[in-house]
Design a protein around this ligand. Structure first.
Ligand code: TNX
Length: 563
């Protein structure tokens, strides 16, 4: 029986079926002038002509080892029959661009920057045959060690359409350990995306160690319970929940991402979504002596004497940062530590969903508004963001904020993330501000993909087809302003995403669709061409051991949501 199976596998892995090229995102140009395959085996050399190509070489090496049990011979000197990663002075002329040539003499990837080499390697990974099943992985690896892996002859010339190709992860509503954040970063890399927006602070948990304010994680990193069921919940699970990253761990993750040409943008939320910080340092509230209002079924566990609490349910909460000197001092200290850790040019300062009720009630805020000639609380929010922007700019960095930072006037150098549709992005671009599109209806990966999901989601209905149909440059935007659209990003809010498997279910295959929207030329995009490649990609998702959604195969999901 084993022999029959082995024979079947050998024929499967070497047969013509695998000559089909299914790269996602679709390359700019791809030709297959000559039919044939090149065989990679344990004698194949991996040649890197420049130290800067080493990250890409290591990534390929580890991938082949992990999924195929194949180890290549590492070389510095050129050789025929090798996989050569060649950093050239002259390249495609586009950042991240590369060429890949696979023929009978070997595989050569050329680029003029290291990320180009890295993206070439991602395409090479997608030329590798994918087994239909993950079963018998052990015997599969043994067969591959003997027979090698055949990849089709192909010539590719490729570069990205948008400079910003982002993925976000909320680690506050549910926490994910460093090991998994690294896995998530690998997924970003495998989709040729280049920004990771790390949502590190929110009402339900503060997740980044700040040395000057240890209570942020000691107190703010943990909640006494979490609601059961959909918001507002039927009860509390009464189980303490939390976690945070030490600064050493953060550094480790930043380095890991950098090796994959991914910039991490940290988000420190203000002035709203601040309950966890306020629970740690009540002075940050305009009313430090008033108890936190916990809507919905609060836990009866934990520290009941504590006046200010980390939230246990989802939504928007009234108690926000007070625009006091104490708060500005605190935030500047926090941001200084953040900027010391993260080399990113962009620092995300949140800015979304800040209720103004408390500011309206506060004599201090009303006085401050009068003194500064601010006509309403929106202008007070703008004053808040402007002050923070000045501080961040003074360190040579720029802020990103959610589209609410438009209310009351945009800070001079801010980049806007448009999440409530595209309107905010259009307004910002018309004011000559950079924009990252992240509209809920297209790229909120916390939404359902199927009408009937097996487990809870926040709601919404965003199919892989809908994601694929997204065009980041709005038709309504004047052509001269298109350059302000840096790209787009999918957001993964984790109120109802409690496990790593669920993260992957929500991500895949929608992330494939987004990667093509952001990388491939507009005119090369079409569902008909994408679908068969997506079916191959699903096999890769399987190979990686992910729980991708199969909603695509249920015709019932083709119909729009009825709500
Ligand atoms: C709105 S999108 C939020 C998040 C929630 C999300 C749920 C945005 C800037 N704010 O705090 O998690 O909706 O979809």
């Amino acid at each position: 029986m084993r022999n029959v199976f082995s024979t079947f596998l050998v024929s499967l892995l070497s047969c013509c079926g695998y000559a089909q090229v299914a790269i996602i995102p679709q390359p700019v140009e791809m030709k297959q002038p000559v039919k044939g395959t090149f065989r990679i085996n344990s004698q194949t050399r991996l040649v890197v002509n420049n130290q800067d190509g080493q990250n890409a070489a290591d990534f390929l090496d580890k991938y082949l080892e992990k999924f195929y049990g194949l180890e290549l011979v590492k070389e510095k000197t050129p050789a025929t029959g090798a996989i050569t990663l060649s950093l050239e002075k002259k390249g495609t002329g586009y950042p991240g661009g590369y060429t890949l040539l696979a023929d009978k003499t070997g595989v050569v990837i050329k680029a003029s920057d290291p990320e180009g080499i890295f993206y070439g390697v991602q395409s090479l990974i997608q030329l590798l045959p994918v087994p239909d099943t993950n079963e018998h992985a052990g015997s599969r690896k043994r067969i591959i060690q003997t027979n090698g892996l055949s990849i089709p002859f192909v010539s590719i010339s490729d570069y990205p359409r948008f400079a910003y190709r982002g993925m976000h992860l909320d680690v506050c509503r549910h926490f994910f350990p460093v090991s998994y954040v690294k896995q998530y970063i690998d997924y970003i890399a495998l989709h040729k995306m280049n920004y990771f927006h790390w949502h590190l602070t929110d009402d339900q948990g503060w997740r980044i160690e700040i040395k000057k304010y240890p209570l942020l994680t000691k107190t703010g990193g943990y909640r006494n319970g979490t609601i059961i069921g959909h918001h507002p919940g039927t009860a509390s699970d009464n189980t303490p929940y939390g976690g945070y990253y030490t600064q050493d761990e953060i550094k480790e993750v930043i380095a890991y991402a950098a090796e994959r040409y991914i910039t991490i943008i940290p988000e420190i939320e203000m002035p709203g979504h601040a309950s966890a910080a306020i629970a740690a340092y009540p002075q940050l509230s305009c009313f430090p002596d008033s108890a936190t209002v916990i809507p919905g079924p609060a836990s009866n566990a934990g520290n009941r004497q504590q006046l200010k609490k980390v939230q246990e349910t989802w939504g928007v909460f009234e108690d926000v940062f007070c625009p006091s000197e104490y708060t500005f001092h605190f935030l500047e200290d926090v941001l200084d530590e953040v900027m010391n850790l993260f080399p990113s040019k962009y620092i995300h300062i949140g800015g979304d969903e800040c209720p103004k009720d408390v500011w309206k009630k506060s004599a201090f805020c009303q006085e401050l508004m009068k003194k500064n000639g601010l006509k309403d609380e929106h202008e007070l929010q703008s004053y808040f963001i402007n002050r923070i922007e000045k501080h961040i700019n003074s360190k040579g960095r720029n802020i990103i904020g959610w589209n609410e930072i438009l209310e009351g006037g945009l800070a001079p150098n801010a980049t806007v993330m448009s999440w409530q549709g595209e309107a905010g992005g259009i307004t910002a671009a018309n004011q000559r501000h950079n924009v990252i599109m992240t509209p809920g209806g297209y790229v909120y990966f916390d939404h359902s993909q199927a009408h009937k999901e097996d487990s809870l989601t926040i709601g919404g209905f965003t199919t892989v087809q809908k994601v694929y149909s997204y065009e980041p440059v709005p038709a309504k935007l004047d052509k001269s302003k298109a350059k302000y659209i840096l790209g787009a990003q999918a957001n993964l809010w984790t109120e109802y995403i409690t496990s790593e498997a669920k993260v992957e279910y929500q991500l895949f295959p929608r992330m494939s669709a987004l990667s093509e929207v952001l990388w491939s030329p507009r005119e090369k995009r079409g569902w008909k061409g994408f679908e068969p490649r997506l079916l191959e990609q699903l096999k890769r998702y399987h190979l990686w051991g992910t729980q991708y959604s199969r909603a695509l195969f249920d015709p019932a999901n083709a119909k729009p949501a009825t709500k």
